[in-house]
Design a binder for this molecule. Structure first.
Ligand SMILES: Nc1nc2c(ncn2[C@@H]2O[C@H](COP(=O)(O)OP(=O)(O)OP(=O)(O)O)[C@@H](O)[C@H]2O)c(=O)[nH]1
Length: 334
């Protein structure tokens, strides 16, 4: 989870990790500090790009810092993701005798922006934890659907669909399979966003839509984002990573990226034997034993372009790649 935090309790560092416990769940929060950039009236847009929560901080002993909040709030509107959660904080609450901004004024501004408001003191540690915890709760609520998809039990879902299948073996087993693959898709898209947002700076997720597997991607390029948003996974889904134009990953017109990847990493090692179970799905030519076998096969590639692992057939849930991502990040630490 990424927060931007506009005060320098963290002097000298760009970001800090903190673990908070919310409703019994441990949440790792990555806190970014703007570290003085705001003095130049501009904060690098990179800071906003993947922020999930933003704390706008002013100094209660400085009217100027309070007036600047309007500009920061409008930058947040412009540059931060739509779902970003914001709270307003008036810091230095211990300096009552030097106060220039009445608490009521802070409250009023926060209301205008639909934010919650806290007065804090970094000196006496007043409301610091409370404000971070509240922002984290707001972020979790805003991402509840993704979190549910992430934490929800796939096994339970699969059990349910298989039970359905058993009630009417032949007729329903087809339906059960369809459910399973839809569920896999839904999880996969959510998990791709989750991985990208968990490692915003050193992991780049790239998606290549392809219509060579059961014609499952038959939208035109211009329709793909809308189809993700409204149809599958739906519910307003937006990829938090780059999705390219459709391309072929097998056959004569194989995209050069996949020609290269398949040459370096011939097939996923979790599923070395199967290509396509049903010959009617073999719609490209020539067929090669290194071909990609279905949607959502995943490659892990080092920044310099060297493929690292293709251990991930469609059977591997996207989120289960995470340990390998962490391993690769450790290996390539600069
Ligand atoms: N009394 C009081 N002083 C504070 C508090 N928080 C910060 N300060 C002081 O205010 C000054 C500025 O604090 P910084 O944390 O550097 O403020 P900043 O605006 O984030 O600074 P940059 O990160 O460099 O932009 C320092 O002298 C701090 O000791 C507080 O809650 N109470």
């Amino acid at each position: 989870m990424n927060f931007i935090h506009r005060t320098s309790l963290l002097l000298g560092v760009d970001f800090k990790m903190k673990t908070l416990k919310i409703d019994g769940i441990k949440v790792r929060v990555q806190i970014w500090d703007t570290a003085g950039q705001e003095r130049y009236q501009t904060i690098t847009k990179q800071y906003y790009r993947r922020a999930q929560g933003i704390i706008l901080v002013y100094d209660i002993t400085s009217s100027r810092s309070f007036q600047h909040i309007v500009k920061w709030a409008s930058d947040v509107d412009e540059f931060a993701p739509d779902k970003v959660q914001r709270i307003l904080v008036g810091n230095k609450a211990d300096e009552e005798q030097k106060r220039k901004v009445p608490k009521e004024q802070g409250n009023k501004l926060a209301k205008t922006y639909g934010m919650e408001f806290f007065e804090t003191s970094a000196c006496t540690n007043c409301n610091i934890n409370e404000s971070f915890t509240r922002l984290t709760e707001l972020v979790l609520q805003a991402h509840k659907k993704e979190m549910d998809a992430f934490q929800g039990s796939t096994d339970k879902y699969l059990d349910m669909t298989y039970q359905e299948g058993e009630q009417d073996n032949n007729a329903n087993s087809q339906k059960a399979c369809a459910h399973v693959s839809m569920m896999a898709k839904l999880l996969t898209w959510g998990q791709l966003n989750l991985l990208q947002s968990k490692y915003p700076h050193r992991l780049v997720v790239l998606g290549f839509p392809c219509n060579q597997f059961g014609y499952q991607e038959n939208c035109s390029n211009g329709e793909i984002l809308n189809s993700l948003k409204y149809v599958r996974p739906g519910d307003g889904y937006q990829p938090g990573f780059t999705v390219f134009e459709k391309c072929d990953v097998n056959g004569t017109n194989t995209h050069s990226v996949f020609a290269y990847l398949k040459d370096k990493l011939p097939y996923p090692d979790d599923d070395p034997h199967t290509l396509i179970q049903d010959p009617k799905f073999l719609i490209w030519s020539p067929i090669s034993r290194t071909d990609i076998s279905w949607n959502f096969e995943k490659f892990l590639v080092v920044a310099r372009g060297e493929p690292f692992l293709n251990g991930y057939s469609k059977k591997i849930e996207t989120i289960n790649i995470e340990p390998d991502i962490q391993r690769l990040l450790r290996l390539t630490k600069t």
